[in-house]
Unconditional design. Sequence first.
Length: 287
Amino acid sequence: MFPKFRTLNSGNKIPSIGLGVYLTPVSIAKEISLDGLETGYRHIDSAQVYKNESEVCEAIAEWLKKDPASNKREDIFYTTKIFDSDHGYELTKKAIEVSLERAKCIDYIDLILMHSPRSDYERRHGSWLALQEAVASGKVKNIGVSNYGIKHLKELLEYPDLKIKPAINQIEIHPWLTRTELAAFCQAEEIVVEAYSPLVRGKKFDDELLLSLAKKYSKTTAQILINWSLSKGYVTLPKTVTKSRLLPNLQSDQFKLSSEDIKALDAKDEYFVTGWDPTVYPLDNEK
Ligand SMILES: NC(=O)C1=CN([C@@H]2O[C@H](COP(=O)(O)OP(=O)(O)OC[C@H]3O[C@@H](n4cnc5c(N)ncnc54)[C@H](OP(=O)(O)O)[C@@H]3O)[C@@H](O)[C@H]2O)C=CC1
Ligand SMILES: O=C1Nc2ccccc2C1=O
């Protein structure tokens, strides 16, 4: 019902639903990633700060080896993120090397994001230059940002030595945080929006409207929320460590919410899963 892929401004395709692995314990990260791949996920979203990059990559490598005739590296989309403490040209260069070492068994990384804008102009700029160089090396296919507000994106788009625009802005976005202005800015700049915490981390499953829509469409509340993301044109990253939830979450693209029901969901109050809004992090001239 929804496109299985979105096309990035680099020309590469990204699967519309990815498996999030934040808070997925290292001890089970390989197993749940492999289960995800067996279930049909072709996109996994990790980060240096999640401490499970190696396990996710090992799962992908094992899946590739299982059936080399059908399981192809080019069908997989693996994302990681550089944390704020590694901002700046030199630190980001080193951090990219660390992630590449962990991803050696899968040869390259499909996407590296700046995890957030939390540093200053000089360091963000240096990081972006390091990321651009990583793309030139061929070992990183796409680069993007996360938790960037409009002002951070504008700053980046105005770098004098900008060679590569961000392919992605990964942000918290769901019916309780619709961020219409930021999403419209990204879409106008051909930056694909990735929805993190698309299930509101499970905190709104008892909402009356959500429960009534689940009943109306004979879907789970999780499926309604994932479908909402897809209906907005976002790539979406539901996380689960529960094997039985993998397939239903992935199958959330098999129906369409009506425009009235989407509008009703859009009208929810503001609620931040993260507790605060990283997209408002001040620029140097605002501190
Ligand atoms: N860039 C950034 O700063 C951030 C990025 N992210 C990315 O987005 C991903 C998803 O966001 P996240 O914050 O993890 O939260 P989600 O909104 O994806 O919610 C995850 C929670 O929902 C539960 N859940 C999953 N599926 C179902 C289901 N079908 N029925 C009932 N409960 C369900 C999970 O439980 P269980 O696992 O026990 O099944 C877990 O408790 C992250 O894993 C990460 O990859 C997230 C936050 C910040
Ligand atoms: O998913 C995430 N949750 C976080 C909490 C603190 C810093 C980064 C993150 C994530 O990426």
